[in-house]
Design a protein around this ligand. Structure first.
Ligand code: P5A
Length: 440
């Protein structure tokens, strides 16, 4: 993509409404634009990142055996009356009435809807287990939407729902999601710590939040110091989802980690010097709630002896749009965003320092063509701007590699390749730069 043609409305000044760094940088880098409180449009650069995050989430859900569906955003209130949550959910639920005076709502979550789909389709224990997920917009009329996409009113969530015949099977489904979550966040370069958590309006009594430690996090969290040195990134590699995952689950939940709601200083097993008190961002939350929805909504299957069994269920959420902000919180410096390669909107920022110089233009154009034909996502700064402005833009938007073409280097037969993360610069031939960027 040529930057001269790209829709990238950068802000020079720090927007006054943004209190945390990710919100500030997302606005400054032209990734999002506020529509109303807690509701955002995703502009081209932001949308590319959102799609990358979504795709990683999808691949890891698929790997675990979950199947993708797409449920609507608007749901009938009657389903929620069946579960008893229509009245319980309170003001966070956006309630709508259609032209026939039917009560509808914009879904804050989909337990009822998926239970309804299940009960209409599956009747036998032989149909189990199943795990269905979708990646869909949710609406929660939060009292205080804030921090940009971190606590929005409209936000993108991946929500999965598992159905099993008994509690043991349901725990296996829970464990699968536990592993899938560790893999998912690790692929985004994030260390997410699973913490025992409160279940709130979703219900049940087994639940873990996946928390990224960050000063700007909304939740107070407590964990064993050992978590800070633990390499959770490698932990879930190569695990067979059909094997017994309970030992793995036990191992990764044996180190103390709890959210504010669950942490009781009087009962905490850790000596004070071993306890870390920090703040964190909740990027995922998994729940096992058994028959909370299947019983009142009559989602039953015929068991092996023909008896009627309400299915055991769990639900599993990932804040897809929140993750975009969370990744920035975890990966930036004073000049801007530093995208991990896996979610970067483009891999390479190609910079022509002299838009008016025919030799520079020819060299940069040629590199752009080569990169594109090798399938390397490239944003090509072909604008007539000062070098300082171009470097500042590239640092702000945080692409992993900057490839800089200037008259001096060209005369010497070199281009400059800079890593955004380390700041390391190399003067290399165009061919060497291409080989590195195309992985040839
Ligand atoms: C699990 C899936 C649920 O809703 N039902 C379906 C369960 N869980 S949850 O914890 O309430 O939400 C799941 C994840 O969604 C993100 N999230 C948000 N992201 C941005 N803005 C919000 N207002 C918001 N609320 C929740 C979080 O990452 C959460 O873990």
């Amino acid at each position: 993509m040529r930057l001269s043609a790209y829709f990238l409305p950068l802000l020079k000044e720090n927007p006054s409404e943004a209190q945390i760094v990710s919100h500030r940088l997302m606005l400054r880098a032209g990734m999002i634009r506020q529509s109303s409180a807690g509701i955002y449009s995703w502009l081209p650069l932001g949308f590319r990142v959102l799609k990358k995050v979504e795709q990683i989430v999808r691949e890891e859900q698929d790997r675990s055996g979950a199947q993708e569906v797409l449920m609507p955003t608007i749901q009938p209130a009657d389903l929620w009356r069946e579960s008893g949550r229509y009245d319980d959910y309170g003001k966070e639920m956006l309630r709508i009435r259609d032209r026939h005076e039917r009560d509808m709502l914009y879904g804050p979550t989909n337990e009822e809807q998926i239970t309804d789909i299940f009960r209409g389709a599956l009747k036998s224990y032989r149909d189990l287990p199943k795990n269905l997920y979708h990646i869909q917009w949710k609406f929660r009329d939060e009292v205080r939407p804030r921090f940009g996409v971190m606590r929005g009113r409209e936000f993108l969530m991946k929500d999965a729902y598992s159905f099993d015949l008994d509690a043991k099977g349901a725990k296996h489904s829970y464990n699968k999601m536990f592993v899938a979550y560790l893999r998912t966040f690790a692929r985004m370069g994030l260390k997410a710590i699973p913490m025992r958590a409160e279940t709130g309006p979703i219900g049940g009594d087994l639940s873990h939040e996946f928390i990224i430690l960050a000063e700007t996090g909304e939740s107070a969290v407590y964990c064993d110091k050992a978590w800070l040195e633990t390499d959770i990134l490698k932990a879930a590699d190569g695990l067979d989802f059909d094997s017994d995952l309970e030992p793995f689950f036990r191992q990764w939940t044996s180190l103390y980690a709890a959210t504010d709601d669950m942490h009781d200083p009087a009962k905490c097993p850790l000596p004070a010097e071993q306890l870390v008190t920090a703040r964190g961002i909740e990027v995922g939350h998994i729940f096992f709630f058994g028959t909370k929805y299947s019983k009142p909504m009559n989602a039953v299957v015929a068991g092996p002896k023909g008896e009627s069994v309400p299915v055991e269920m769990g639900s599993y959420g990932i804040g897809v749009s929140r993750l975009v902000g969370a990744i920035i919180e975890a990966s930036h410096d004073e000049r801007g965003i530093i995208w991990p390669e896996a979610v970067a909107p483009f891999r390479v920022g190609l910079v022509n320092l002299r838009a008016g110089d025919a030799a520079c233009v020819a060299a940069a154009d040629a590199l752009y063509t080569r990169l594109r034909s090798a399938g390397v996502e490239t944003l090509y700064d072909d604008r007539d701007e000062s070098p300082g402005g171009k470097f500042a833009t590239m640092d702000l938007i945080g692409l992993p590699w900057q490839l800089v073409i200037g008259p001096r280097g060209l005369a010497a037969g070199t281009v400059e390749l800079k890593s955004r993360r380390t700041g390391e610069r190399q003067e290399v031939s165009s061919e060497a730069a291409l080989a590195k960027l195309t992985g040839e």
